[in-house]
Design a protein around this ligand. Structure first.
Ligand SMILES: [Zn+2]
Length: 242
């Protein structure tokens, strides 16, 4: 009797997610499509409206929140299906409420309201979550679990996301997309056949071509890496659960 040899090749896997549902996501989603990347966008529909916002550099005396002086506009609610077509969506609370800042039952309602809105908008399950400002508490972790959420990303980092994430609801990523150790962590994950998971906010690239070129260069590199394959964050969470 002859046995056929079956070679199982497990590729190095890459996933990414992006927070807050801002105007710059449209350009970023275009780049992800161009390079065949998978991505998850974590949105707070309660901070979006029927009108597209505008982005601008704040003037002296402007006390509105900004990222290093860049005040980002939000996408309109009606933009959601088209801008994010083909990508995964996840809850980032209704109005970006931090865990522990309001009673847990109200907080869970906020997390669920965002999820329900997104599920209605794109007609598919959105059981992922990104912790606003990375904040979580034991009570809110259990609340998410009880409501059927499957993963929740924090702002903490792991050297090895497969080994250091026993709890998918408080997921550590590899790093932020602008981290100095982005490529060393990428190479280390690649070397071990693991998972590299990066995240960010598209507004952190402002309208600065240098930053956008840097991100496009990374996506091009990953697309051309024969050992890399894109997965969704949900796929990582499913892998951790086994
Ligand atoms: Zn956020």
């Amino acid at each position: 009797m002859r046995f056929r040899t079956i070679t199982v090749s497990m590729k190095f896997q890459v996933c990414t997610c992006w927070d807050d549902g801002v105007l710059n996501d449209e350009r970023l989603a275009g780049l992800f499509r161009k390079y065949g990347a998978k991505a998850t966008f974590n949105l707070n529909p309660g901070l979006m409206s029927d009108v597209r916002g505008t982005s601008y550099w704040i003037k002296p005396g402007d006390t509105n929140w900004s990222c290093r002086g860049y005040r980002t506009g939000k996408l309109a609610l009606r933009d959601i299906p088209e801008v994010y077509a083909g990508f995964e969506l996840a809850s980032h609370c209704w109005k970006h409420e931090n865990a522990g800042s309001i009673p847990d039952d109200q907080w869970l309602k906020s997390a669920m309201d965002a999820r329900k809105y997104l599920e209605d908008a794109v007609q598919k399950p959105c059981t992922g979550f990104a912790w606003p400002c990375g904040v979580f508490t034991p009570g809110t972790v259990e609340a998410l679990r009880g409501a059927g959420f499957t993963w929740g990303r924090t702002t903490q980092n792991a050297d090895d996301v497969l080994a250091e994430n026993p709890e998918p609801l408080t997921l550590k990523s590899s790093c932020h997309f602008q981290a100095r150790d982005f490529w060393s962590k990428y190479m280390a994950a690649r070397e071990r056949g693991g998972v590299f998971y990066f995240w960010g906010h598209s507004y952190e690239m402002f309208d600065c071509e240098q930053f956008w070129d840097q991100t496009e260069g990374a996506l091009r590199y990953i697309a051309e890496d024969p050992d890399a394959e894109w997965i969704n964050v949900a796929d990582l969470a499913a892998r951790l659960g086994k």
